[in-house]
Design a protein. Structure first.
Length: 534
C-alpha cells in the first residue's frame, strides 16, 4: 500500500479488520502478494510472518487458483499447502477492503470434502476387467446393505468364491481383523481415501491372505460409490515372516521364492545378494548384478509425475524401464553387519492403468482431443506463467464450415471422421506446447503459449490452408474436402481469466463465418473482432 495518508488509513482499517474477524482472513495486494492475515488463518494454514510475508498467494495453493476467485461473493474451493507441508481443503469468497479497492480480502474456512469426480464406466470398464489387481466398486443402499456395481475376475478369485455369491453378499470378503474394516470404512465414508494399506482377509475356507488396499469415493453410473483395489501381497508377507527362520531356511526361501528379492548393504546401497526371480526380472547375470548398487538400477522419474510418493523406476539390462515399489526391512547378517532385505513389486501395469484413467477423464472420447475441463485447467497454468514471465498467450476458436450439411448429406459416421481427421492434422501442425480441445460439436479451442498476435494469425492461417487440403475417401465418388473458420485473440496482460480472450476469439470466429467462411479473423484486447487480416 502507498505510504501516503490514504495508505496509512488502509493499513489501520486492515489491522482492525484482521483483529476482529473470527474466521480465517488473508489480505492480498493487486500483485497477488500476501500483505496480512489473522490468527485463525495462521492456525489453519501454519503461516509464519518471517517466511510467508510478501509471498505470492499462488505459492501457497496446491494447483491453480479458481478462476472465479476475485469475481465477487462467489464461493470457491481450493487446497492450501500448510507451512508443515501438509494440505488443507478450504472454501471461501473474496471481497475488497472498503474504500481501498487495491486491497483484496479472502475469507476462508475449512471445506468439507468436495463431491467426487464422475467416472465414465464405458471408458474404464474394459480396463478394470483386465486389470492385474483385484477391483470392486460398490455402494450402500437405503436398506443398509452393500450393493456391488462392478467386480472383476481377480477380486472373485482372491475372495475364493463365485461371482454370483460375491455379488449376492454385497462383496463376499471377510476381514481377518474387524478393526481394519472400521478404519477403512471410516476413511472412505469421510470422503477421503485409503492408499496402500496392508489389510488381511479370510477366504471361505478359513485361509488368511494379505493385500495392499487402495480405495476412494467416486461417482459410477450416476451413483456415489467406493472403488477398492487389492494387490495380493501374501507371498511378500510370507517372505517377511521367513526372516524369523534360521539362516539356512531363509537362504532356501530367498533363493527359491517367486518374489523379486535382493540384499543391499546399508549406506552404500551395494547389492550383496539376489535371488533367481530378481535375476530373471532385471536380466543381469549374477556376477554383473553383484557389482551394482541400488542407485545403478534407478531411472529418471517419469515426466509430470506428482504426488507424495510416486513409484520408483528401475532400468532393466535390456534398457526397458519399469515402475516398481520396494518394501525393505533391515536384517542382521552373519558377520554382524546390517543389510536391507528388499522385495520389489512390478507395478508398471497398474501405473499405466491409472494414467489411462486420468487420460480418459481429460480427453474427448470421439477425437482424442482434450476436453473443455482440461482446457481450462491448462489455461489457468498458462495464465500463472504469463503473470510471472510477462510472455504472450494466444487463444483460437475453430469451427468446421457447413458441418450440418456434411452430416445431413453423408451421415454422422463420416461427420465423426471429419472431426477425427481434423484433430490428427491439427496436432501434427501445432507445437508440442500448444493445446487442442474439443468444446462440443464441431467447435474446437486452441491455446498457444509464447505466441503474439502476428504469430498466432500466421499459425491459424497455415492451419486453415492445411485443413482445406485434407481429403476424406468416399469410395467411387470424389473425396470430401472441408474448410474451417478461425477466430484469434490474445490474452491481455491485465486479464485474470481466459474467458475474455475466449469470448473475443468466439466473436472473431463468427465474424469469419459472416464474411464468407474459410478464413481467419484476428481480435485484440480492447477491440471488437478486428478486420480480416491479409
Amino acid at each position: 500500500m502507498p505510504g501516503d495518508g490514504r495508505g496509512d488509513l488502509a493499513a489501520e482499517r486492515l489491522r482492525a479488520l484482521l483483529l476482529s474477524a473470527a474466521v480465517p482472513v488473508a489480505a492480498v495486494d493487486d500483485a497477488g502478494c500476501l500483505i496480512g492475515w489473522n490468527q485463525p488463518l495462521a492456525d489453519l494454514a501454519g503461516l509464519d510472518p518471517e517466511r510467508d510475508g510478501g509471498r505470492l498467494l499462488i505459492d501457497l495453493v496446491d494447483g491453480a487458483l479458481p478462476r472465479d476467485l476475485w469475481r465477487g461473493p462467489v464461493e470457491v474451493r481450493f487446497t492450501l499447502i500448510r507451512g508443515d507441508g501438509g494440505h488443507v481443503a478450504v472454501r471461501g469468497r473474496a471481497s475488497r477492503l472498503e474504500g481501498h479497492p487495491e486491497v483484496r480480502l479472502l475469507w476462508l474456512d475449512a471445506a468439507p470434502p468436495a463431491p467426487p469426480a464422475p467416472v465414465d464406466p464405458h471408458q474404464i470398464r474394459h480396463l478394470l476387467e483386465r486389470a492385474p489387481v483385484a477391483v470392486d466398486i460398490g455402494r450402500l443402499g437405503e436398506d443398509g446393505r452393500r450393493h456391488v456395481l462392478f467386480v472383476n475376475d481377480r477380486m472373485v478369485e482372491l475372495a475364493g468364491t463365485s461371482r454370483d455369491a460375491y455379488v449376492a453378499k454385497g462383496g463376499n470378503v471377510t476381514y481377518a481383523d474387524e478393526k481394519q474394516r472400521e478404519v477403512v470404512e471410516a476413511a472412505v465414508a469421510g470422503g477421503g481415501e485409503v492408499r496402500d494399506l496392508a489389510v488381511a482377509f479370510r477366504d471361505p475356507q478359513g485361509r488368511v491372505y494379505w493385500t495392499l488396499m487402495s480405495g476412494s469415493e467416486i461417482v459410477f453410473e450416476g451413483q456415489r460409490a467406493a472403488i477398492t483395489w487389492l494387490y495380493d501381497i501374501s507371498e511378500v508377507r510370507r517372505a517377511e515372516q521367513a526372516l524369523r527362520m534360521s539362516e539356512r531356511k531363509f537362504r532356501d526361501m530367498f533363493q527359491n521364492h517367486g518374489a523379486i528379492m535382493f540384499l543391499a548393504e546399508r549406506g552404500s546401497g551395494r547389492i550383496a545378494d539376489v535371488n533367481a526371480a530378481a535375476l530373471a526380472f532385471y536380466g543381469y547375470p549374477a556376477d554383473v548384478f553383484l557389482t551394482l548398487s541400488v542407485r545403478d538400477l534407478e531411472a529418471p522419474s517419469r515426466p509430470g509425475t506428482s504426488g507424495d510418493s510416486p513409484p520408483l523406476r528401475h532400468r532393466l539390462a535390456s534398457g526397458e524401464v519399469r515402475d516398481v515399489e520396494i518394501r525393505s526391512t533391515p536384517i542382521a547378517m552373519p558377520d554382524g553387519s546390517t543389510a536391507d532385505f528388499a522385495i520389489v513389486n512390478d507395478v508398471t501395469v497398474r501405473q499405466r492403468l491409472e494414467a489411462e484413467l486420468k487420460r480418459t477423464a481429460a480427453t474427448d472420447p470421439l477425437t482424442g482431443a482434450f476436453n473443455r475441463r482440461h482446457f481450462f485447467e491448462r489455461a489457468d497454468l498458462e495464465l500463472r506463467r504469463l503473470r510471472r514471465t510477462a510472455t504472450t498467450l494466444a487463444v483460437l476458436m475453430l469451427d468446421v464450415d457447413r458441418f450440418k450439411v456434411i452430416n445431413d448429406t453423408f451421415g454422422h459416421d463420416l461427420g465423426d471422421e471429419v472431426l477425427r481427421r481434423l484433430t490428427a492434422v491439427t496436432r501434427q501442425t501445432l507445437r508440442e506446447t500448444d493445446e487442442l480441445a474439443r468444446f462440443g460439436g464441431e467447435e474446437f479451442a486452441l491455446l498457444l503459449p509464447d505466441t503474439d498476435s502476428a504469430k498466432a494469425f500466421e499459425t491459424a492461417e497455415r492451419l486453415r490452408r492445411i485443413l482445406a487440403l485434407v481429403e476424406i475417401d468416399l469410395g467411387d465418388a470424389e473425396p470430401l474436402r472441408f474448410t474451417v473458420s478461425i477466430g484469434v485473440s490474445i490474452v491481455g496482460p491485465e486479464e485474470e481469466t481466459i474467458e475474455p480472450a475466449l469470448k473475443r476469439a468466439d466473436q472473431a470466429l463468427y465474424r469469419a463465418k459472416r464474411e464468407g467462411r474459410d478464413r481467419v479473423v484476428l481480435s485484440t484486447p480492447g477491440r471488437a473482432a478486428g478486420a480480416l487480416q491479409d
